[in-house]
Design a protein around this ligand. Sequence first.
Ligand code: ADP
Ligand code: MG
Length: 238
Amino acid sequence: MLQVENLTKRFSGFVAVNRISFALEQGEILGLIGPNGSGKSTTFNMIAGLLKPSEGSIRLEGREIGGLAPIEICHSGVGRTFQIPRPFKQLTILDNVITAAFYGQRGSVTRAKALDQAEEALTLVGLPTDPQAEVASLGAAGLKKLELARAIATQPRLLLADESLGGLDETEMNAAADMLGHIRREKNITIIWVEHIMGVLMRVVDRAIVLDHGEKIFEGLPREVARDPRVIEIYLGS
Ligand code: ADP
Ligand code: MG
């Protein structure tokens, strides 16, 4: 489904992501982990088009998408959440997700269809479809769900979820992890899930990649990650 080769991002001399390569099978959940500043969000931003790669290629279902505009990449089937949720605060929860449903469509789409897609996405993440429900009523966990609902409403085949557990307590983290597994099964979406902590993520992912200082230092099964000497070193050392 996705093939990333030698992906590199330099910010005036500073190498944030250094020649990373990985591939993703249709239907897989890949965990992308690493300490703060290891290049996870930068990798996402290149795949989603917010940043242009300095080098390397990103092929989605065989087609090069590296360097395309975010809306073109969205229309190619890639949805993403942001680490820091920034909903339209003046719109209701439902209208936030309807807006995303419109953004995800090429050409014209009826309001009825966008409404259907928004309601489906909200139901999937467990938020109210009630047209009056306000964004201000949401706490940290609710805002993370809204991010996911907005991404899902764009009808992606590949979902990039950035730090969906940030700011959540343990119960909320477990619920969010289960939700991503549920979304994958219900919608048959392929997922790359970024998180700086390992914990609950490892219950849900099929495979994990660990970044450190912009380099891929590990790729393997969840049960192998916590036993890898380099992973142990960066996690205990940081
Ligand atoms: P992560 O998501 O793993 O915490 P990021 O991808 O956000 O890490 O950042 C990787 C590194 O690149 C960090 O050192 C960060 O300061 C740097 N960085 C990210 N974005 C920019 C930018 N726009 N300009 C300069 N440096 C950046
Ligand atoms: Mg980040």
